[in-house]
Design a protein around this ligand. Structure first.
Ligand code: HEC
Length: 218
């Protein structure tokens, strides 16, 4: 799965990138100009590769991200401010610049985590639209649609075709109802498992709605 692979690469690359910055900043702060120059020299080629991978994987993530919110934009601003600051900081041996740059990188990482937590929360299943199966006017497909809209459209889109965040096109899915149920309950790769867990009736409604999105002529 391309998206998942790139997502993990991106995380790894960010970690390496931040580690290099931190080592350089420490060398700068303890006043080891010699050490900093040596380290910069040794790390030069790997750093270029890491920076390129950072921008490439990051660019791909940005284009495929499901949600663009203020936090995410602030994160981008942090990242793109920190890089020139770091370059100037390390070159001209300006400690303050290097420190601010580290602060921004760590801040961006924190924001990414908050962003993730928020996404999770927002898509928590909301009771309000879901009808009670015991109710007189209960309709299974409406129940399924409500669940789908609340939890799934963000990646799969209204008709299952959106494919955001690496999601599969549900119109062409060939999974059995049992498999669909399992994926909903357990998640798969970047698809999170449903939270809170659904009861049998809800699952049935959702699975039936998801299956209903399939192209009939398959
Ligand atoms: C954060 C994005 C995201 C959300 C939200 C999400 N999915 Fe997914 N879904 C994915 C991804 C990514 C895959 C592909 C997983 C894989 O095979 O690597 C996927 C795959 C699936 C599949 C399997 C399709 C196939 O044929 O392989 C089903 C079925 C599915 N999702 C249903 C749902 C339902 C129902 C919901 C709502 C409860 C939902 N998804 C919410 C991202 C998401």
């Amino acid at each position: 799965m391309l998206f998942t692979a790139l997502f993990h690469t991106h995380k790894l690359v960010v970690l390496l990138f931040a580690t290099i910055y931190i080592i350089k900043t420490i060398l700068l702060l303890i006043g080891s100009d010699n050490g900093l120059e040596k380290f910069t020299k040794i790390i030069k080629i790997p750093e270029i590769i890491i920076s390129l991978l950072f921008l490439l994987t990051g660019g791909y993530m940005v284009m495929n991200i499901a949600e663009f919110d203020v936090l995410f934009i602030i994160k981008l601003v942090f990242v793109f401010t920190s890089i020139p600051l770091a370059i100037i900081g390390f070159k001209k041996k300006k400690k303050l610049f290097a420190l601010i740059s580290i602060f921004l990188i760590v801040g961006a990482y924190g924001l990414a985590e908050v962003h993730k937590a928020r996404l999770g929360k927002r898509h928590d299943f909301k009771e309000e639209v879901i009808t009670n199966p015991e109710a007189q006017n209960y309709v299974l497909s409406l129940h399924g649609k409500a669940l789908y809209n609340a939890q799934c459209t963000v990646c799969h889109g209204d008709d299952g075709s959106a494919g955001l965040s690496g999601a599969k096109d549900l119109r062409y899915s060939q999974k059995s109802s049992e498999e669909v149920k399992h994926i909903i309950n357990s998640g798969k790769n970047t698809m999170p498992k449903i939270k809170p867990a659904l009861n049998e009736q809800e699952l049935k409604a959702l699975v039936s709605y998801v299956n209903g999105l399939r192209k009939q002529d398959l």
